[in-house]
Design a binder for this molecule. Structure first.
Ligand code: ZN
Length: 340
């Protein structure tokens, strides 16, 4: 038996992190979220060059396709390879056949000049016709001037902003920092440490697996008046699995919770990337119903059609060679890990 759905949407991904798996251990074991950023992610992103970004994105896009995910909302940072990076990601995803909306995460971590170059990369990519949002890493790594410049750029370009918000306790003042700037087309990632009435506009993107991995706490997204979507924060793009986890975390906090709530968060992805509604995934399982899927492991796509083109069939992508992508990505991962 098989059933079809539109393409799954991963509402928050970091395609640049696909090569992180197996990286050398950090100099010491991080003991909190801030140290995880400093000892792992901020060492990794500064080591990236455009060739690594290309193969990281191709592998991430391939792995998305293999899970029936046809649209990725990507958030990118590579402080030593900023210019052109968003085009490299867009081209890599196009080659595999997966839709991507990308953004460069602006930050003052590398000085004001670094922030300006990040803003410029967002402008260059979007003005050139790229499918993007303006990215901000997070309020706690940006000056007020940079936050205002990013919000202003998004207004000028007529797009939303993609920003991490209150993922850890160190960013709990994000609602005050971003007050008056946010709009309905903003993506507010995580929101773990937001108050129930935080006053920000936009979609809250819940990343249950990442929040568990970073021990930042449970966002309890059901408490917000904002729409909620689901992302992976860079840990693959298996959205049915992420839905299951979102349901179980909801259930752990409220035994009356229904999987229909987490399913509605997954469905909100189609409001963020409406084109994914035109994609068709034929699944190994029927029915694709939240009450069945919550308790059914291993559901996988048999065929994926994006914009009328079959891009995945019988376990393989049709536009690219999966074996080649995995081999090239492994070479780039070796180069990356050697720089850490
Ligand atoms: Zn993230």
């Amino acid at each position: 038996m098989a059933a079809t759905t539109p393409g799954m949407v991963c509402a928050h991904h970091h395609l640049y992190s696909t090569l992180a798996r197996g990286m050398p251990p950090p100099p010491r074991t991080p003991t909190n979220f801030q140290e995880i950023l400093e000892l792992i992610w901020w060492r990794l992103d500064t080591a990236l060059d455009l060739e690594m970004i290309e193969w990281s994105a191709k592998l991430g896009a391939l792995e998305a396709l293999e899970q029936g995910t046809t649209a990725i909302v990507d958030h990118h940072e590579s402080p030593h390879a900023i210019e052109g990076s968003l085009s490299v990601i867009a081209d890599a995803c196009a080659e595999v056949g997966v839709r991507v909306t990308t953004a460069y995460g602006v930050t003052d971590r590398h000085g004001h000049d670094g922030a300006l170059r990040g803003l410029e990369e967002n402008r260059r990519f979007i003005e050139g016709g790229g499918n993007g949002l303006v990215g901000i890493h997070a309020a706690f790594t940006c000056t007020d001037e940079t936050l205002e410049a990013a919000a202003g750029l998004a207004d000028d370009l007529g797009v939303g902003v993609h920003v991490h918000v209150a993922e850890g306790p160190g960013d709990a003042d994000a609602p005050q920092r971003l007050a008056g700037m946010t709009r309905d087309d903003w993506l507010l990632i995580h929101g773990v440490h937001l108050s129930d009435n935080h006053g920000l506009d936009g979609t809250i993107v819940h990343n249950p697996r990442s929040n568990l991995n970073n021990a930042v706490g449970y966002a309890r997204p059901f408490r917000f008046r904002n729409p909620v979507a689901i992302g992976t924060d860079g840990i693959g793009a298996a959205m049915i699995e992420e839905f299951r986890l979102a349901y179980f975390m909801h259930r752990s906090a409220d035994v009356t919770a229904s999987p229909e709530t987490a399913w509605s968060w997954l469905e909100h992805g189609w409001d963020l990337v409406p084109e994914a509604r035109n994609d068709r995934v034929t699944w190994s399982y029927d029915p694709m119903d939240p009450w069945y899927l919550a308790f059914t492991p291993g559901v996988r796509p048999l065929e994926v059609e994006i914009d009328g083109e079959v891009v995945y069939r019988d376990g393989s992508p049709t536009k690219v060679d999966a074996t080649e992508i995995r081999a090239k990505a492994r070479e780039q991962a070796k180069r990356l890990h050697a720089k850490l």
